[in-house]
Design a binder for this molecule. Structure first.
Ligand code: SF4
Ligand code: SF4
Length: 302
C-alpha cells in the first residue's frame, strides 16, 4: 500500500462529504446545510511545534505520536511517519449575519451550527478516519478518543490534551486573536477538526512566524472590538478569561431551550461583528498570504 497520499485527495474527501452527507444539516425548516466549504491543512507528526505546545499549553497536551500510539498500539510508527490533517469549516454568511445582531445570547442559527454543525464535524472526523483506513492508513480522531477530557490548567484555567485550534495553527490554517479564537483566511467565525494518520502527506507551509500575526491588536495595538462584543466581560487586553466564557455558555443553554426549543447552547458573539469575522484583518499579512509569501522560520512560542 502506498504510504503517501496527496493533499488534493484529502481535500476531495472532505469536500465530497460536506456536499453529500445527510448529517450536514441545521435540522430546521430551511433544509440548509450547516457548512458549505472547508479550508484544509497538513502538519507533519515530527514538526517541532508539537513539543512547543507541551511547553506552552502544558505537558498534558498530546503530540500526534502520543495520541496515535495510545489508540493504535498495534501499529508501530515514528513521529515522522505521521501526518495531522486539519480543517476549518467557515460559518456561512447567513449564520454570521444572524449572530451579528445578537447582544447577549446566540442567534438560533448560530446555536444550531454549534450543536448540529458540530455533530457533522464529529461525523467528518469519523469519515476521514474511515477513508484513510480504507486506503491502508491507520488513523485516529483525537477529539473523539475516550480519554480526551478537560484538564485543569494553572495558566489557562482549563485546557485539554488535544486542541483542534492548535492543530489547525500547526497545519498553517491560522493564528490566534486577542479573544483566543483562531483567525483564518476565512476569518474567525468557524469550527475546526483534525485527524492523525500514519501516512505521508506534504505538510502545508505555515505562512506566519508569529502565532498572533493575524490579529490587529497584536499587530499594531488597534481594534479590540471583540472586547466590546463579549456579553460576559470575558475578553480584556489581558486576553480571554475562559472561566467567565464557560459560565456564559452555561447560561446560554436555558435561553436556547426556552427561546428556540431545542437542547443547545453557544455564544460566538466575539466571532462576528468584528474585523476578523470573515478574513484576515491585518492587511500586510493578508496580502503576503495572497502572494504566497512565506516568512522566515518561526521563533519558539512565547
Ligand atoms: S476583534 Fe480585533 S482584537 Fe479581537 S481578535 Fe479580532 S482582530 Fe484581534
Ligand atoms: S469570549 Fe466567550 S462569552 Fe465572550 S463573546 Fe466570546 S464566546 Fe461569548
Amino acid at each position: 500500500m502506498d504510504a503517501q497520499i496527496s493533499r488534493d485527495w484529502v481535500e476531495k474527501q472532505i469536500r465530497d462529504f460536506i456536499a453529500a452527507s445527510p448529517e450536514n444539516t441545521m435540522q430546521d425548516q430551511t433544509g440548509e446545510p450547516a457548512w458549505d466549504d472547508a479550508l484544509v491543512g497538513v502538519a507533519s507528526g515530527d514538526d517541532p511545534i508539537w513539543q512547543q505546545y507541551k511547553e506552552y499549553v502544558g505537558a498534558f497536551h498530546w503530540t500526534p505520536w502520543e495520541v496515535f500510539n495510545q489508540h493504535c498500539p498495534g501499529v508501530p510508527v515514528t513521529a515522522a511517519a505521521l501526518s495531522v490533517i486539519a480543517w476549518v469549516l467557515p460559518q456561512r454568511r447567513r449564520i454570521r449575519e444572524a449572530n451579528r445582531n445578537a447582544l447577549t445570547f446566540p442567534a438560533e442559527e448560530w446555536a444550531r451550527t454549534r450543536v448540529y454543525g458540530e455533530a457533522f464535524n464529529a461525523a467528518l472526523r469519523l469519515h476521514m478516519v474511515d477513508q484513510l483506513e480504507q486506503q491502508g492508513h491507520a488513523a485516529v480522531a483525537p477529539m473523539l478518543v475516550p480519554n480526551w477530557t478537560i484538564v485543569k490548567s494553572e495558566r489557562f484555567s482549563y485546557a485539554s490534551p488535544w486542541s483542534e485550534r492548535h492543530a489547525a495553527h500547526a497545519a498553517g490554517l491560522g493564528t490566534f486573536g486577542l479573544c483566543d479564537g483562531l483567525i483564518t483566511a476565512r476569518g474567525k467565525a468557524m469550527r475546526v477538526g483534525s485527524v492523525v494518520a500514519k501516512v505521508s502527506i506534504a505538510p502545508t507551509p505555515r505562512p506566519y512566524s508569529d502565532h498572533r500575526a493575524y490579529c490587529l491588536y497584536f499587530a499594531d495595538g488597534t481594534c479590540g472590538k471583540c472586547i466590546d462584543r463579549c456579553p460576559a466581560q470575558a475578553i480584556t487586553v489581558a486576553g480571554h478569561d475562559k472561566e467567565k466564557c464557560r459560565q456564559h455558555l452555561g447560561r446560554s443553554r436555558e435561553h436556547v431551550k426556552k427561546t428556540y426549543r431545542f437542547e443547545g447552547y453557544g455564544c460566538g458573539l466575539c466571532q462576528v461583528g468584528v474585523p476578523c469575522e470573515a478574513g484576515i484583518p491585518v492587511r500586510a499579512a493578508r496580502e503576503a498570504l495572497e502572494r504566497g509569501e512565506l516568512p522566515p522560520p518561526p521563533p519558539p512560542l512565547a
